[in-house]
Ligand binder design. Structure first.
Ligand SMILES: Nc1ncnc2c1ncn2[C@@H]1O[C@H](COP(=O)(O)OP(=O)(O)OP(=O)(O)O)[C@@H](O)[C@H]1O
Ligand SMILES: [Mg+2]
Length: 250
């Protein structure tokens, strides 16, 4: 089995879709027998639900959630606690030796604060030693995108940006984003089969790509630039094997 992993990001948008979640976990269990995998997950809707319960409203800037101290505590509890541990439990129930981590473990992901967004960070440094050790020992790391800030506190990193930074650091053979749409859609809502890195900013400026798709395609462009060869944004509602979606090209 190769120890060069695929990094797979499972969108928070799919977590509460029981069929998609079941298909995905089944596919990961199968896939991970042949190839090493690092899983990164989001949790947008779960975080929204928890913040709603507490009466905390979120604002968004370019697909990133403005996160004050109180919201950060909720984000970390939901992402690194509830969402992460449930995925790990379900994988382990399928015979996978999954290990749940966040970017705060062993310095896996350090982020630079984006103070105008509160406790939000941008990936700054990945220390992949723990991932490498786990992969070698045939464990499957499952990561939330909560990162370590320079003050030792938690920073909320968009899970797509975290996945891209991790993929670069572990020299991933492939980076796959599973989300709740059939890839990146054009102005007529048709899937774009391919996007070139040089076209990413234009798609955003033209308003074709908005919201959560912004950090996704920006992080793809970054990862391509830093050497990840194969990147796909696919429809995660069909499991991991359908591969219906958009391929990002240099
Ligand atoms: N051009 C586009 N093509 C496809 N989706 C788009 C486009 N522009 C905006 N979107 C939105 O981006 C969303 C996907 O990003 P979103 O952040 O919501 O999901 P995710 O990254 O899978 O989940 P999470 O952020 O919780 O991990 C789609 O559901 C869609 O509403
Ligand atoms: Mg997202």
């Amino acid at each position: 089995m190769t120890t060069t992993p695929s990094v797979i990001k499972f969108g928070g948008s799919l977590l509460s879709d029981a069929a998609a979640r079941g298909a995905f976990l089944k596919d990961v269990a199968k896939f991970s027998k042949k190839e090493s995998v690092v899983l990164v997950h989001g949790g947008g809707p779960e975080i929204n639900a928890a913040l709603d319960k507490m009466g905390i409203k979120s604002a968004w800037v370019n697909g990133r959630r403005v996160t004050d101290e109180a919201a950060m505590a909720v984000v970390e509890g939901v992402l690194s606690g509830q969402v992460n541990k449930n995925l790990v439990g379900e994988l382990n129930a399928r015979g996978v030796a999954a290990v749940g981590l966040s970017g705060r473990d062993a310095g896996l992901l350090t982020a630079t604060p984006v103070p105008e967004l509160g406790r939000v960070g941008e990936p700054a440094k990945v220390r992949p030693a723990l991932l490498t050790a786990l992969i070698k020992a045939k464990f499957l790391p499952v990561l939330s995108s909560v990162a370590q800030g320079p003050d030792g506190g938690a920073l909320n990193v968009n899970a797509d940006e975290a996945a891209a930074a991790l993929a670069v650091a572990v020299k991933a053979r492939r980076l796959v984003y599973l989300t709740d749409v059939p890839g990146v859609l054009d102005g007529q809502k048709k899937t774009l089969p391919e996007i070139r890195a040089k076209d990413v900013e234009r798609l955003i400026a033209d308003g074709v790509v908005t919201g959560g798709m912004i950090p996704k395609i920006r992080s793809c462009a970054q990862a391509l630039k830093k050497g990840v060869k194969e990147i796909n944004i696919i429809d995660g509602r069909a499991g991991l094997t359908a591969w219906a979606g958009t391929r990002l090209l240099p």
